[in-house]
Design a binder for this molecule. Structure first.
Ligand code: PLP
Length: 401
C-alpha cells in the first residue's frame, strides 16, 4: 500500500543525539567496545529512597489512572520546591506535570504558537527546541552566540532578533550542549530587554539546575522580575539530577491560562505521566538533596579530567564549562589533516565519525546543536571509563597527519 505521511511529521526529524545513541547501542550489540560520551544521561543509579517509593506504590496498588497534569501531592511538592529553592511563588493551578521536561516544553509550544510565530533560540541549542517549534508550525530564529560570550545570549543579540512576529524566547540554563551558566546579572540584562516587549513569552529550561560548579549560583529568569514571571514557563524535571531519565517525569510552573491549555493537550495525548513515577518524584522532591552534592563533586572531577585531556590534544581547544555535564571543544584546527585511511577531516561530522571509527567512542557533532566546528562530550561516564575513552581519543589523534 502506498501512502503519504503528513506534512507536519515530515517537517521534523528524529533527534540526532538519540540517533547517535541508537548507533552506539547497535555497535555495542555487535560486540564493538564502544564507549558512549554522547547521551546526556547520568551513570548514577536512581537513589534508593526514590526506588522504594515506587516499589511501595506498586505494592499498595497505586497503579491506576490519575489526574491529567499531575497528582495534587506531587504538585504540592513542586510548588514547595519552586518556592524554597527558586523563590518562585506558584499556586497549585500554575503547575503542570508531564512525561519529562521534553513533554512540558512540547505542550507549551503547541499551546502558544500560531503558524508563522517566531521563537528565538540561542544557538548552540538543545536539539529538540527547533523541531518542536517547527512541529508547532512556528519559525525557529536561531541566534548565534559566540564563544567570546561563552555561547550565551547577549541583550543586544536578543534585541536585534526581535520583530513583530516574535512570540517566544527559549532560554536554557545551565546549557546543553555548552555547559555555560547564566549569572544573575546576565539574566537581568536579558529580562531588561524583555520588559520592553510584553508580548514575548519565555520558556526557561532549568533541567540542569543543580549542576552548577565552582562558586557559581543558579538563577532562573522568572525570579528576577514579576513582569517576566507572569509570562514565563519555568521547566524542570527529575531526569538529570535525580538520575531518573527512564522514569519520564518533568514539571513546569507558569501562568494558569497556559497550564490549563497544556493540560487540555495532554488529556488528548499521553493523559498523564506514569502514576508510579509520580510517587517516585514526590519522594525525590520531598527528600534530601545530599546525593546531589556527592554527584556534583564527582561530575566536577570528571569535567576537569575531560577538559585537561582534550586540551592536550593537538588541534582541540576546550573551555572549562561551569555547569550541566557537557564539554564543548572546538575541532576546527584538525581540518585538513589526513586519517590513517587517507580521509581528510573537513568538518565536525568527519571528526566525530573518525572518533567513533578509530577510538570507538561516540561524541556528538556541534552541527547537530547549530554550531559547526565544535563537538559535544558528555562526561557522565564513570571516571575510569571516561579516562579510557579520552585516552582512546588522544591516541586516535596521534595517528592523523
Ligand atoms: N532540556 C534539555 C536542555 C535537555 O538536555 C534534556 C535532555 O537531554 C531535556 C530538556 C529533556 O529532559 P527530560 O528527560 O525530562 O524529558
Amino acid at each position: 500500500m502506498v501512502f503519504d505521511l503528513s506534512d507536519r511529521i515530515n517537517r521534523i526529524q528524529t533527534s540526532q543525539t538519540i540517533k547517535i545513541a541508537d548507533i552506539t547501542r547497535d555497535l555495542i550489540a555487535k560486540g564493538k567496545k564502544v564507549i558512549s560520551l554522547s547521551q546526556g544521561e547520568p551513570d548514577f543509579e536512581t537513589p534508593e529512597h526514590i526506588k522504594k517509593a515506587a516499589i511501595n506504590a506498586i505494592e499498595d496498588g497505586k497503579t491506576k489512572y490519575s489526574y491529567v497534569d499531575g497528582m495534587p501531592l506531587l504538585k504540592e511538592a513542586v510548588r514547595e520546591k519552586f518556592l524554597s529553592e527558586n523563590s518562585l511563588d506558584y499556586k497549585i493551578s500554575e503547575i503542570s506535570i508531564g512525561t519529562g521536561c521534553k513533554q512540558i516544553i512540547f505542550n507549551a509550544l503547541m499551546s502558544l504558537l500560531n503558524p508563522g510565530d517566531e521563537v528565538i533560540i540561542p544557538s548552540p541549542f538543545w536539539v529538540s527546541y527547533k523541531d518542536i517549534v517547527e512541529f508547532a508550525e512556528g519559525i525557529p530564529v536561531l541566534v548565534d552566540c559566540s564563544i567570546e560570550n561563552r555561547f550565551k545570549l547577549t541583550p543586544d543579540d536578543l534585541e536585534s532578533a526581535i520583530n513583530k512576529s516574535t512570540r517566544c524566547l527559549i532560554i536554557n540554563n545551565p546549557t546543553n550542549p555548552t555547559g555555560s551558566v547564566y549569572s544573575y546579572d546576565e539574566l537581568k540584562s536579558i529580562s531588561n530587554v524583555l520588559v520592553k516587549y510584553p508580548n514575548i513569552f519565555v520558556i526557561s529550561d532549568d533541567i540542569y539546575e543543580y549542576l552548577v560548579y565552582n562558586d557559581s549560583k543558579f538563577h532562573t529568569i522568572a525570579e528576577i522580575d514579576e513582569n517576566i514571571k507572569m509570562r514565563t514557563l519555568t521547566c524542570n524535571g527529575m531526569s538529570k539530577s535525580f538520575c531518573m531519565t527512564g522514569w519520564r517525569l518533568g514539571y513546569g510552573g507558569g501562568p494558569k491560562k497556559l497550564i490549563e491549555a497544556m493540560s487540555k493537550l495532554q488529556s488528548q495525548s499521553t493523559f498523564h505521566p506514569s502514576t508510579i513515577s509520580q510517587y517516585a518524584a514526590i519522594a525525590g522532591l520531598n527528600g534530601s538533596r545530599d546525593f546531589i552534592t556527592d554527584q556534583k563533586k564527582s561530575y566536577e572531577e570528571r569535567r576537569n579530567i575531560t577538559v585537561s585531556y582534550l586540551n592536550n590534544i593537538d588541534g582541540i581547544t576546550c573551555n572549562t564549562p561551569e555547569g550541566s555535564f557537557y564539554a564543548f571543544p572546538s575541532c576546527k584546527d584538525l581540518y585538513g589533516k589526513r586519517t590513517p585511511n587517507g580521509e581528510i577531516l573537513k568538518n565536525d561530522i568527519d571528526v566525530c565519525a573518525y572518533i567513533l571509527k578509530e577510538a570507538e567512542v561516540s561524541v556528538s557533532p556541534g552541527s547537530f546543536f547549530g554550531k559547526k566546528d565544535y563537538f559535544r562530550v558528555c562526561y557522565t561516564a564513570e571516571k575510569n571509563l571516561l579516562s579510557e575513552a579520552l585516552n582512546r581519543i588522544s591516541n586516535a589523534f596521534t595517528l592523523i597527519k
